[in-house]
Every structure is written in C-alpha cells, then in structure tokens.
Design a protein around this ligand. Structure first.
Ligand code: BT5
Length: 241
C-alpha cells in the first residue's frame, strides 16, 4: 500500500515487502500516467542492473524506483541519473558512511560498491515522456550476502533508519532536479573518480587515463596519452595510482 513518509516533496511512496523488481512496477505506473511516485521494496526477487546484469536484493536493503515526467530532452536525461547518485552519496555521508561516486553513478566505499542506479525512459526525440530512476542501496544487509567487491551500510556503520535515509535521498533528489545547474558541482564534490587514473570500457573501446572533469549532462573528460577524450557511456574502473 501507500506509506506516509512525511516527505516535504511531492512524491508518494508505494511500499512492497517483496516484489520481482521496483523498476518494472514503476514502469507500469509510468505507462499509466503516474508522476512523483516512488516504488519501495524490502526485497526484490528479480532485480536488474544495467545491460541485463543481475542485482542482488535481499531483505533489509533500500530498493527504490522513482517515476518522474520531466520537461527534458532525452539528451539531458543523464543529469537525472547523476542527481540520483549525488542524493544517495550525500544521504549516506549523512549517516557516517564514507561514500564516494564512481562515474557515472555507482556509489563506493573504499572501492567497494554500495549503491547502483538504473535509469530507464521513454519519449520522443525532443521530450522525455517519463523516466524511471532505480536506486539500489545495500543498507541493513550482511556483507556476506552481496557479491564480491560489494559492501553494505551494516558492514560499514551498522544498521540505519531506512525511512529517514530514503526521505533524505528523495528530498535531495527533488531539490537537485529542480535546479539542474546544481547537479554537476554537487557531483564533483561527492566524486571519487576525478583526479584518479581510470579505465573506461566504452561501446567504442577502452579509454585509459586520468579523469579530469565531468561535463554536462554527465560526460567524463579523460586525459589520455593521446590527448583528451570525452566519454558519455561505459563501465569505469578506478585504477591504483
Ligand atoms: C547497477 O548496474 O549498478 C544498477 C543497479 C540498480 C538496482 C536498482 S534496485 C531498484 C531498481 N530495481 C531493479 O531491478 N534495479 C534497480 P550495473 O552497473 O550493471 O552493476 C551490476 C553489477 O553489480 C552486477 O553484475 C554485480 O557484479 C554487481 N552487483 C549485483 N548486486 C549487487 C549489490 N547488491 N551490490 C553491489 N554490487 C552488486
């Protein structure tokens, strides 16, 4: 059912104890015209990462998908995904987790993944019809039940108040998407990628070099031996210096 979260933003929460995955439910709501609805689950049984990968979602996590109908051309939509990573990283820092963003939208602690974001959308060339922003946070979950290379809030700082963390995240997300010019500065502030040596697997091949900056709407600027490269999509790995 619908849950009262005391949100100061126009978002209604639909809560499930267990669901295949919150993104698919959010897509259903999006297709039927919803706006400002967040689907939240304690457990997902068929969750997805990007490119058809699996996303482990045991009970105790924060598995959340938000439906919005922004007045936005699709080319600018990455700003929504970056805003989600910023909102999650800041909310986690607020409970004492040393969170940093790995480009474009993973949140890591000491190099281990704590948060993933999966954005899906539909629309025309000039205007997004709806966007579903799926955010997965390994919150009150044992470190042993997430994949190798992943970590959890429980493992780092102990269990947290999931409702309060979700509220902080949604409120910050709404604030950032209402002021898109604030997203990149906030992203830079929370980023672990900038100044690091990175390897990015892009659809056009591998790019290795120092990550120098992020540009609108979320492009990574990499200084390579052959000059500057701009990367708009791919899997990024932080390399040891
Ligand atoms: C992501 O994909 O990081 C996006 C994850 C989005 C999950 C949210 S939860 C709410 C909503 N409902 C869904 O079904 N999805 C969204 P990607 O960058 O492709 O990373 C996937 C990879 O991360 C997997 O191949 C594993 O290696 C790893 N992984 C799987 N489960 C994980 C977990 N719980 N924590 C950290 N890493 C994980």
């Amino acid at each position: 059912g619908s849950v009262e979260y005391g949100l100061s933003v126009p978002v209604e929460i639909e809560y499930h104890d267990s669901i295949p995955n919150t993104n698919d439910r959010a897509r259903e709501l999006a297709v039927s015209g919803a706006d400002g609805v967040a689907v939240l689950a304690d457990e997902q049984t068929g969750a997805r990462g990007r490119l058809g990968r699996e996303w482990t979602s045991p009970s105790g996590g924060i598995w959340l998908s938000l439906v919005r109908r922004p007045d936005l051309p699709p080319a600018r939509a990455p700003i929504y995904t970056l805003a989600a990573a910023v909102a999650a990283a800041e909310a986690l820092r607020g409970v004492g987790v040393d969170a940093e963003i790995k480009w474009p939208n993973d949140v890591l602690v000491d190099g281990e993944k704590l948060v993933g974001v999966l954005t899906e959308m539909e629309g025309e060339a000039d205007r997004v019809e709806w966007v579903v922003v799926g955010i997965g946070i390994n919150a009150n979950v044992d470190g042993a039940v997430v994949p190798a290379g992943a970590t959890t809030v429980r493992e780092r700082v102990g269990d947290v108040d999931r409702a309060a963390l979700t509220r902080a995240l949604l409120e910050r997300f709404e604030e950032l998407t209402a002021a898109p010019e604030d997203v990149l500065p906030a992203w830079r502030e929370a980023a672990g990628t900038l100044g690091r040596r990175v390897r990015v697997e892009t659809p056009g091949g591998e790019v290795v070099g120092e990550a120098v900056d992020v540009e609108f709407p979320g492009t990574l600027l990499v200084a390579t031996d052959d000059g500057e490269r701009r990367v708009s999509a791919g899997d990024c790995e932080h390399l040891r210096p």
